[in-house]
Write a protein that binds this ligand. Structure first.
Ligand SMILES: Cc1cc2nc3c(=O)[nH]c(=O)nc-3n(C[C@H](O)[C@H](O)[C@H](O)COP(=O)(O)OP(=O)(O)OC[C@H]3O[C@@H](n4cnc5c(N)ncnc54)[C@H](O)[C@@H]3O)c2cc1C
Length: 415
């Protein structure tokens, strides 16, 4: 891969930078990356997110890779990466559109009817309606196809009952994508159907969950006889797993593990500023060894990311090797944060972002990274994917795969 911008890409970067300079605030020189967890707890934050998304959409700086027929710009993943890298130099509101634009938009484009696309996609692009993903349940996460929320057809409507959990942003979202069991007599993957659900409809109750860092980024969502019109079924009845796979294929690419380069630069800056036995910590042999280890792994991740990007820009779909970024990046982010807090000494315990932003940033990263190691596929599941689909090792035994779902045991042996 050629790491330099082509003349066309350099021109695009210049235009993106000029537009951002006119429309966004420049980051102060000592700023760390914005803290994403807890985003959207405040209505004013959401209003800012909507304003920024609409500004970008009106000027043609969003959904860059989407086809023009759907309101995108028909550009490449490389253009998208360039815009994101320029945008990261500015102080912009947190991104609450990763799920909608990164995962659900592509699912709507692939499986939606013309009416569904016309109704939902334009509002999604301008960010005036925000979407959440209601897949996981208390007993179905890694084994998502084991989900138990039911959808029963009554005339032109479906009646939904059950519970979802870990639903990011559901407390400020307008629409949710729900996978539910419509046929318990079919095998677990075959009996599912995918729906678009109005989060403000009767029978839909959202309860925020308080996280270890004090924020409430995700929720429990309860469905009690919630009614969804058949017009809001996405894909055929019983074909929900295939539709969900489109969402899941886009998920790991969309969420990644955050930028390790930004964290690496902040960690080096901290090691330069921190005094250890009368000298800058960065001069200490043991500190340098840790920094070198993070540096090498981060560069490996960046280059692996470029490899995926260049495959995508050649027209390939994101493959299982996309799991590597999160499998390595999230545990490394947690280790980097732990090391930063060690360097900070007792100050590493401080959380007041307005007084000690560096300390608050590292502590929040430390507390947030375990979530990143779970969301969108746990470390173990990602390793299974790499083992089975990249290294072609023997697959796990799946005894319940072809049984009717209602015959899959849920209790102790014999129950
Ligand atoms: C920050 C965050 C945001 C999230 N946002 C959303 C969201 O918006 N929408 C949504 O639907 N869900 C969301 N989730 C849920 C997430 O997808 C699930 O938590 C995840 O898939 C794991 O499922 P689980 O929690 O049920 O754990 P389980 O699947 O019960 O796993 C428990 C443990 O067992 C291990 N394990 C399970 N199966 C295997 C196996 N076959 N081999 C080896 N080990 C295994 C796991 O690695 C884990 O350590 C979010 C989670 C987090 C942390």
């Amino acid at each position: 891969m050629d790491f330099d911008d082509t003349p066309e890409e350099a021109d695009f970067r210049k235009k993106a930078h000029e537009w951002l300079s006119k429309n966004a605030e420049v980051l102060p020189p000592d700023a760390t990356a914005p803290i994403p967890l807890g985003e959207g707890e405040d209505e004013a934050d959401i209003a800012d997110c909507k304003r920024w998304q609409a500004t970008k959409a009106d000027a043609g700086w969003t959904c860059l890779t989407w086809p023009k027929e759907y309101g995108g710009q028909g550009l490449t993943s490389m253009h998208n990466a360039i815009f994101k890298s320029e945008e990261a130099k500015f102080q912009v509101p947190a991104d609450v559109y990763t799920i909608g634009l990164g995962m659900l938009g592509p699912t709507l484009m692939a499986h939606g009817t013309d009416e569904q696309k016309a109704k939902y996609i334009p509002q999604m692009i301008r960010g005036q309606e925000i979407w959440c993903q209601l897949f996981s349940e208390p007993s179905a996460g890694s084994d998502l196809a084991g989900l138990r929320t039911t959808a029963v057809r009554e005339g032109d409507e479906w009646v939904i009952n059950g519970q979802k959990i870990w639903s990011t942003g559901a407390h400020f979202c307008d629409w949710g994508m729900v996978v539910a069991r419509s046929d318990p007599n079919a095998s677990k993957h075959a009996g599912l159907t995918y729906f678009i659900v109005d989060m403000n409809a009767p029978g839909v109750e959202v309860r925020p969950i308080r996280q270890i860092n004090g924020a409430s980024g995700f929720n429990e969502v309860f469905f009690t006889d919630a009614r969804v019109h058949d017009d809001n079924r996405l894909g055929a009845e019983g074909d929900g797993w295939r539709v969900a796979l489109t969402t899941l294929m886009n998920e790991r690419v969309a969420i990644g593990a955050g930028s390790s380069s930004g964290r690496l630069a902040s960690l080096f800056a901290l090691a330069r500023e921190t005094q250890l036995r009368g000298s800058p910590a960065i001069e200490d042999g043991a500190v340098r060894q840790r920094l070198a280890d993070f540096y090498v792994k981060s560069k490996g991740l960046v280059n692996t990311g470029y490899r995926t990007l260049s495959a995508i820009s050649r027209g390939a779909t994101p493959g299982p090797e996309g799991s590597i970024g999160k499998a390595i990046g999230a545990p490394m982010g947690q280790k980097m944060a732990a090391f930063a807090m060690e360097l900070q000494g007792p100050m590493g315990a401080a959380v007041e972002g307005d007084i000690v932003p560096q300390e608050a940033f590292w502590q929040d990263t430390y507390l947030g990274m375990p979530g990143m190691r779970i969301a969108g596929g746990t470390d173990e599941i990602l390793k299974n994917i790499i083992a089975e689909r990249v290294l072609k090792l023997p697959p796990e035994i799946r005894v319940d795969k072809d049984k009717p779902f209602r015959d899959v045991p849920t209790g102790p042996p014999g129950k």
